[in-house]
Write a protein that binds this ligand. Structure first.
Ligand SMILES: *Cc1c(COP(=O)(O)O)cnc(C)c1O
Length: 392
């Protein structure tokens, strides 16, 4: 999302920090996936940004949803999303949550262990289960792999166990790691998944679904493959590896790529100081107030309002709270002249920002605004300004 005149006007008039979203990007992102991955059914990963306006828009477009907890299920139910559009994709679930999901009518459940299968078989009998393959998470900025999934042999035996316990052994899922730059990783995972389908087929267990997870990247400071490029690789790999599965269902669970480029996190400089030979800049947003992913050095493009062409130098950039982990970047290039009150735009920050934000230290989490609501306000603003000049 660009820093447009509307964005600049709002940055001067709303209390910072805040996340400004443009829903037209979300709409385009949804269609980009539908148009480039064959026969795909989208399950938006709600945890990336669960704002009701985003969820409701995606619901209207026909999306389904990947949920991780009873809280997310309830949020979607309150927005009139029907349970047949939800998949319980967290492999770590409380029994109470499994029971609840089953009681309201959620049909799809993820697992990557025997115990989870036992919990689902006991409390959501007959459900469709899919089991997650471990990936290396290589070439991704936010790997998820160690914690989730297991090796192919184990996935096969877990699905066999699910079948034995009367569950519907439905399919295989993976996640290549969030913000993944390498299209080859989707192909590798599909090849692994196909092995599971093939072995179980010989035993009369016919899986019907492959879940491609998330991982599609958002443009920050490195080049990224397009959705079309990733889609082409996925389509070819599925065609080659899984054409023996009649009416294969293809699920995908984009989180970051659905909302990341639809938002700008707007913050303000509240202090500049020099310590020894280091220059520090402190913003009113930090790792507790929207920029959580920077703790693993996740890199956003930062634009300093009106100073883009100034000479740059290296700064340490930190947040406002009383904790030293609230340091955004140890080394980042910022304009030499940066100072109190300068507006910082963290570009394409619509995913995993406000969702993680806290009120730590009594500092309010960033508000969320939608540009659609302000187009009128902007024209009024410019009119006022002009009127003021005319009065002079
Ligand atoms: C978080 C998550 C996603 C979304 O991943 P992105 O990299 O944000 O697209 C998809 N599936 C599952 C199971 C997840 O936990």
């Amino acid at each position: 999302m660009q820093v447009t005149p509307v964005v600049r006007t709002l940055a001067r008039s709303l209390e910072t920090p805040f996340l400004l979203m443009d829903l037209s990007y979300v709409r385009n992102n949804y269609y980009d996936i539908i148009n480039h991955v064959n026969n795909v059914r989208v399950f938006y990963a709600v945890k990336a940004n669960s704002h009701p306006r985003i969820v409701s828009l995606l619901n209207t477009l026909g999306s389904s949803f990947d949920v991780a907890s009873r809280g997310e299920i309830d949020k979607l139910l309150s927005l009139n999303i029907t349970p047949d559009r939800m998949s319980f994709g967290n492999t770590i679930k409380k029994i109470e949550d499994i029971k609840y999901a089953h009681s309201v009518g959620v049909e799809y459940f993820a697992a990557d262990s025997e115990m989870e299968i036992e919990k689902i078989a006991a409390h959501a009998p007959g459900s469709k289960v899919y089991v997650r393959i471990m990936t290396t998470g290589s070439d991704s900025d936010w790997p998820l792999s160690k914690k989730f999934g297991t090796d192919v042999e184990h996935v096969i035996s877990i699905l066999r166990y699910a079948d034995n316990l009367g569950l519907d052994a439905y399919g295989v899922s993976f996640h290549v790691g969030s913000q993944n730059y390498n299209v080859a990783n989707w192909e590798k995972a599909i090849i692994e998944a196909a092995k599971v389908f093939k072995v179980l087929r010989t035993e009369g267990i016919n899986l019907r679904m492959i879940n491609l997870g998330g991982g599609m990247p958002v443009k920050h400071i490195k080049e990224i493959p397009s959705v079309k490029e990733i889609g082409d690789v996925i389509n070819r790999a599925i065609e080659r590896e899984l054409s023996f599965v009649p009416n294969l269902e293809v699920f995908i669970e984009p989180g970051r790529s659905m909302v990341g480029n639809a938002g700008i996190l707007v913050s303000q400089v509240i202090l500049r100081s020099r310590k020894g030979n280091e220059d520090w800049v402190y913003a009113d947003a930090g790792v507790f107030h929207g920029l959580t992913e920077t703790i693993e050095n996740f890199r956003y493009e930062i634009i300093v309002d009106g100073k883009q062409d100034d000479k740059k130098e290296i700064f340490t950039l930190a947040g406002p709270s009383c904790d030293s982990i609230d340091t955004i970047y140890e080394k980042v290039e910022l304009p030499k002249t940066i100072g109190y009150g300068d507006i910082l735009y963290f570009i394409n920050a619509g995913a995993y920002t406000t969702e993680y934000a806290t009120n730590f230290n009594g500092i309010k989490a960033p508000g969320v605004y939608f540009v659609e609501d302000f187009t009128l306000a902007e024209s009024e603003f410019f009119q006022d300004e002009k009127g003021f000049e005319q009065d002079l």
